[in-house]
Design a binder for this molecule. Sequence first.
Ligand SMILES: Cc1cc2nc3c(=O)[nH]c(=O)nc-3n(C[C@H](O)[C@H](O)[C@H](O)COP(=O)(O)OP(=O)(O)OC[C@H]3O[C@@H](n4cnc5c(N)ncnc54)[C@H](O)[C@@H]3O)c2cc1C
Length: 420
Amino acid sequence: MSDPDVIVAGAGAAGLWCAEVAARAGARVCVLEKTSRCGTKVLASGGTRCNLTTTLDAAAAGRLFGARGERFLRPALRALPPAAVRARFEQWGIATVDAPLEKVFPESGRAIDVRNALERAARTAGAHIEVGAAVAGVARTGAGWRVELADGTRRDAPNVVVASGGKSYPLTGTTGDGYAWLAALGLPLVEPVPALVPLLSPAPWVHELAGIAVQEAELALCDASGREVARRARPVLFTHFGLSGPAAMDVSEPVARAPALEFTARIDLVPDRAREQLRDAWLARAAQPGGAGVLGALNDVTRAALPRRLLERVVAQARCAGDARAAQVTREQRHALVEALKGFAVPIRGTQGWDKAEVTAGGLALSAVDAGTLEVKAHPGLYVIGELLDVQGPIGGLSFLAAFATAELAGRAIAARVRV
Ligand SMILES: Cc1cc2nc3c(=O)[nH]c(=O)nc-3n(C[C@H](O)[C@H](O)[C@H](O)COP(=O)(O)OP(=O)(O)OC[C@H]3O[C@@H](n4cnc5c(N)ncnc54)[C@H](O)[C@@H]3O)c2cc1C
């Protein structure tokens, strides 16, 4: 395409969405994609089902990005709330369904339908997409921007959107190329680290619990001084290397930022029951005739919600004898059992890293970007959207929501600039 109004670097979730919005509004859009196909990460997402947004409203979804992220995303989520993401996909022929944990999936359960819809919509709107076109750099010219390609060729346009994604799952094509381009322009970057990633535990007993999933759990991540640094109520999964599942992955960023430091994951295994309720249930059970053992009594007190292997570790953590009778348990031991149920301690050190991280935390500092247009301040015509920004939410369709919503605003802003 000759003389595009805008070049979009990266045909992922954000790049395709932005291309569609800008092209539909009349801009001449050229998308350059490094790999041989569009939206590879979309294809891999949600276990190939693609959790494309959330059932939460814009305000509740925004809060999940933390105070800074919430503030930054406010205009974007106002322009494109989660319900509008669904409506847009429905318009493109992709029916969506609600799922547990506030997730939204395509009714077909196929991520490929989502990817195809995004690509088709961008092309139908008039965007020109080139695959196998790796961008190597972005530089300012007198009139706008020059995009340098890895094959040595150059393209000029008055506007450039950098939508090359983060560094996680590098096999999908996102290898963090955009950070170097932004750094070369002198823009401030928050160090990118793997996030939404499983946690490693150095303790062999944790690995022995592999396969146990606790659906109703609340995990508090504490640093070596005992200070709580993150918390999330979501399922937890014990694995051969540590902890996974949404609760563990959602709190992973602080661990990734300090991979050599010790953390403790304190897991509330019975979040729906207060300490006093557990204590009263224990006392009632211990008083029953028949002399229940500690493990049997714990099983009753927790309403058979936890597997025996895990209860054995709870007993060990409370320093009780596994073969003791419930009636023999002292007041201190009872207290320790309740504490072990409400704050089961799992030592954590490090994460599974880039290869297993769903997203990248860190990226272009939000202070450098106009939240209303996604234009980089003091760099007219340069826009940065999607995962490349220093904004990160938990698992649950929030990453796509942020990618689409920032893309929406950038697409609109570029179209408005082109019309002037
Ligand atoms: C396994 C997995 C599962 C996930 N599941 C979900 C989920 O269910 N729900 C959810 O909300 N989020 C999910 N995510 C996160 C989500 O996929 C990303 O946050 C989202 O894709 C980010 O969109 P983006 O457009 O910024 O980046 P990407 O979608 O990664 O797109 C970036 C594009 O830029 C291209 N590119 C990179 N470098 C260059 C270059 N030099 N030149 C040209 N093109 C380049 C890449 O090839 C890619 O196509 C998942 C991530 C992973 C890895």
